[in-house]
Write a protein that binds this ligand. Sequence first.
Ligand code: ZN
Length: 350
Amino acid sequence: MRASPITPTVDFDVDGEQHGFLKLPHSHDGSAWGAVMIPVTVIRRGDGPTVLLTGGNHGDEYEGPIALSKLAATLRASDVNGRVIAVPFMNYPAFRAGSRTSPIDSGNLNRSFPGRPDGTVTDRIADYFQRYLLPLADYVLDLHAGGRTLDFVPFAAIHVLPDAAQQARCEAAMRAFGAPYSMRMLELDSVGLFDTAVEEAGKVFVSTELGGGGTATVASVAIALRGVYGVLAHAGVLAANANVVADTDASRTTTLLDMPDGTCYTTSEHDGLLELCKDLGDIVEQGDVIARVYDMTRTGAPPVQYRARRGGLLAARHFPGLVKIGDTVAVVADVVEHGIPVPILQTAAG
Ligand code: ZN
């Protein structure tokens, strides 16, 4: 296969702190010899594991971009053993547009793996991660949230994998992230996901859904940042005297959730005005009315009722007030276990 058209302006094998770009040539009306410049930070000290941290895989999800921008501006080479590669705005054209997909080619980066070096801009970004960055990494943390159309209880997530030992390594890293919830996630369609690419490469992979609505909150950013440091510590990349915010709250726990099958999902079969009847985090029983959809064209008609197809915890919901046929209205997940301890994050600075 041909080489990637992307060239990094950083050297991944040099010690120290480097802030540069993944430079992807892109000739268009506004810039004949232009390039998409995807910011990247590499922080390395000596040999050790490599953690690849990514945000902005979807361009309207903000906890990852914020937490990784903070990290890039503050983490020093003296804080690490090994290497941290941070790409806060992975699908940079989408991030700049504030949209889930790229305005250049409508590409959804998280449906574009393994990508192509001679494909669209989005394909080329996927290909660079697949063939150049993934092989460098031992651990990959890809930070997502709900974007403009979904909202989630804050969770870190892993998938059920064919290799039990690999799944156990992913579960341990998920626990180290320390979000209020930890999810064994079912994908309706795993083709083209960055997740699948990382998992098939045999790496330890953790994803997240940390909120939504196309913005971030004080709480969701704090969860993201604590989680990033938690995974770095778990990977053995944080030096013993690292100058990072410690979290010595030994009472911190996470609740393990599971999405065992498609009955977790409620999909709208109508266009209309949405009334969610449960809030995120609420416990619902099978058969409970979780949403009503009202006719937007007239008054006097009873709403369509959507009932939970299983009992559990409301883990995700449609965010905008109007819903269209085919939209995910809600996700109900099984509560597997409460009160799982989260490893504390102890550094000299703390
Ligand atoms: Zn996403």
